[in-house]
Write a protein that binds this ligand. Structure first.
Ligand code: ACO
Length: 175
C-alpha cells in the first residue's frame, strides 16, 4: 500500500482519488449526511491522505481508482495554519481492510505531515465507537489548545467526543 496526499486541484487524478475516498467515507460513516461528506472532501480548504492499494477496482465496491490504484481508506482534514492545528474531519478504512494496522499507519502519516508543516495539534470530533481507536493513536479528551484558537472553527455535536492529539516537533511519527 502507499499513501498519497490529495488536494482538489481540478486534475482528473485528484478528482478520481477524492471520489474513491468520498465513497469509502460514505460507506463507513453512515451517520454522516452524504452531501456534507462530499462538500468537505472536494473543498479546497481541506486536504486528504489517501491509502492506495495496487489493483483494479472490485466490481460493485463503490471505490474509484486512478492509475491502477484503488483507494481503500484515508483521512480528510483541514489545516488552520495560523492557529497551528488541523481538524480531522473524516477518517475511515474500507470494511475488508480494517484491523490490519492501516488505520494506525494512516494516523502516523497524518501526524508526521501536520508536524512537518508546523502544526502543533490535531483536533477531531470522534464518533463514540471510534473513541478507543483515537485513544490508541494518542488522542485525549483533554483539550490543551487554548479555546479562542478553535472556538467557532470546530463544530462539536451530539454523539461525538472532541479529542486532541498534541504533536511534538522532536518525534518522528513514522518510526
Ligand atoms: N473500537 C475499538 N478498538 C478499535 C476500533 C474500534 N471501533 N477500531 C480499531 N480499533 C483498535 C484495533 O483493534 C487496534 O488495536 P491494537 O493496536 O491493540 O491491535 C487499533 O485500534 C488500531 O487498529 P488498526 O488496524 O490500525 O485500525 P483500522 O485499520 O481498523 O482503522 C478505523 C480504524 C479507521 C477506526 C476503522 O475501523 C474504520 O474505518 N471504522 C469505521 C469508520 C470510523 O469509525 N471512523 C472514525 C470516525 S470519527 C471521524 O471520522 C472523525
Amino acid at each position: 500500500v502507499s499513501f498519497r496526499v490529495v488536494v482538489n486541484d481540478g486534475s482528473k487524478d485528484a478528482l478520481l482519488n477524492l471520489l474513491g475516498l468520498k465513497n469509502v467515507f460514505i460507506k463507513q460513516l453512515p451517520n454522516m449526511p452524504r452531501a456534507y461528506v462530499s462538500r468537505l472532501v472536494f473543498d479546497r480548504k481541506h486536504e486528504s491522505l489517501a491509502l492506495m492499494k495496487p489493483g483494479a477496482t472490485p466490481v460493485g465496491s463503490g471505490s474509484a481508482a486512478a492509475g491502477g490504484q484503488t483507494v481503500i481508506g484515508g483521512c480528510c482534514y483541514r489545516p488552520f495554519r495560523e492557529q497551528k492545528f488541523a481538524e480531522v474531519a473524516f477518517l475511515a478504512i474500507s470494511q475488508t481492510e480494517q484491523v490490519l494496522g492501516y488505520g494506525t499507519r494512516l494516523m502516523a502519516q497524518v501526524k508526521e505531515r501536520a508536524k512537518r508543516s508546523g502544526l502543533t495539534h490535531l483536533l477531531t470530533c470522534a464518533d463514540n465507537n471510534a473513541v478507543p481507536y483515537f485513544k490508541k493513536q494518542g488522542f485525549s479528551k483533554k483539550i490543551t489548545l487554548p479555546f479562542p484558537l478553535w472556538q467557532g472553527r470546530i463544530k462539536d455535536y451530539e454523539g461525538v467526543l472532541l479529542m486532541e492529539c498534541k504533536l511534538h516537533a522532536q518525534v518522528d511519527y513514522l518510526n
